[in-house]
Design a protein around this ligand. Sequence first.
Ligand SMILES: Cc1cc2nc3c(=O)[nH]c(=O)nc-3n(C[C@H](O)[C@H](O)[C@H](O)COP(=O)(O)O)c2cc1C
Length: 547
Amino acid sequence: MSGGASQASWNTRAFWGNAALLSLLAVLGFALSALQAGDWWTAAPRNARWAGAAITVLAYALFCGAILWRSRPRRERDETPAGPGACFVLVAYASQTGFARQLAERSAESLRQSGLTVKLRALGQVDGELLATVGRALFVVSTTGEGDPPDPSLGFVRGVMAQPATLGHLRYAVLALGDREYEHFCGFGHLLDDWLRRHGARPLFDLVEVDNADESALRHWQHHLGQIGGVTDLPDWTPPRYEPWILRERHELNPGSVGGGVFRLAIAPPAGTAPAWEAGDIAEIGPRHSAQSVAMLLQTAGLPDDAIVEADDAQESLATLLARSHLPTADEIRSLDAQTIADTLKPLPHREYSISSLPADGTVQILLRRMLRPDGTPGIGSGWLCDHAPIGGEIALRLRSNPNFHVPDPARPMIMVGNGTGIAGLRALLKARIAAGARRNWLLFGERNADRDFFHGDEIRAWQSQGFLQRMDLAFSRDQDRRIYVQHRLQAAGEALREWVGAGAAIYVCGSLAGMAPGVDAALRSTLGDDRVEQMLADGLYRRDVY
Ligand SMILES: Cc1cc2nc3c(=O)[nH]c(=O)nc-3n(C[C@H](O)[C@H](O)[C@H](O)COP(=O)(O)O)c2cc1C
């Protein structure tokens, strides 16, 4: 059982246990009453006995009250503006033992924190009418039995899912909870995902499978919630356990580019370790504020910069703790002592990056673009990695397996489509294909200008000349008047695409969730047809890591 599931079952167990205890007491009381020979109220009990009895009954009544209060039916918070097409996000859950409900509530809360209007509903309470009015929906669903929908959602399954539906207006995402021990892993999540697609709904991003409350998969979901809400600093539900990696190299690959600086970083594992990862995996990094901004805050607040505090069962300087937390203002902390400040701090949420190297390269390499805020200052994550993190200094990093983006069988042809820093994930896949001797590879890549934004261009051209890339199509949108993007190249190569897919090719897409991913999806559908694309999705031959 996972965390959330234990809460709901606790209520149920306590409730029934309670009922059993009550009936036992009643039976006992009844049986004993038969032994009472005379009148019931003859003996006047001593005050203390009375008081004791009264307190016991009161405590018991409070205990019952607590249980009933905790399992009371809750009215979902719903601040949906009235009228069809109203701009709100529906968060619907299907839960057997409460975990999916808990995650749906937390997802709704995260979206509200980013300013979105949310309607939270049990899936059993979602009807065709509601689906017809909602523009974006998140489904948090578990599986029970042998691949079955949770009981409370059967009304939806037998009602709405049994009818034809037109869902072209709907963008959606599915968080599928399950347990790999079961034959039909996340069976209901996939069933629902399939139904939504077949009726025209378009995924915001690919279904996220959660094996037994796996924290890293939940953080991946959260990462997407941040994107839906347009915020990057949603607090992590469970902070990742980082290791102290070392920043070895940092190079700006495209100085002067209109698209903003893109940096390649090489990060070495902690001394004496040889961590393993696969192409397609993710590096989760804990960002830090710059030492200067922390020092400035402490100075403005008139606080010493060498105070030692307790945090996460360890001692560290207040300055170090501030560097990895959401920064308070000077006014908020001026009158507080160091430990009190420490106790109020919330950790910065992780950032995730596609790994562009293999373990044989000795370092985790990533590509990232420096993101600028409206005031022109760099974002916390990219500011740290592109500007502030010292070479030779520590990077808090955790590897996360991403099986959904691992390479296919070497015998299968592979088409890789990406833009911008998305080349990072594709580079690792290509390296793995080359290491496996797989030559039937086709790369389609897009960026702004060929002379500075073809990241890893020399290396990729070398692979092409060595025969590891049978085909390469490049799109540099600013190198001519008409903006040409990677999806246009794909569309133009329709015949080749049909031939490769006919030969069993798998398609991997990495890069922008907005613009590129939907553009590539549309090009695939117009060239191969919806049914073929749906089949490839179901067969795991069309995979995306988009952000
Ligand atoms: C009786 C039972 C049957 C289950 N059957 C499946 C299954 O067929 N496939 C699967 O992936 N997970 C299965 N699970 C795992 C649950 O989907 C998983 O624990 C989930 O987190 C429960 O979420 P919930 O509390 O919202 O129902 C089963 C769990 C239980 C208790």
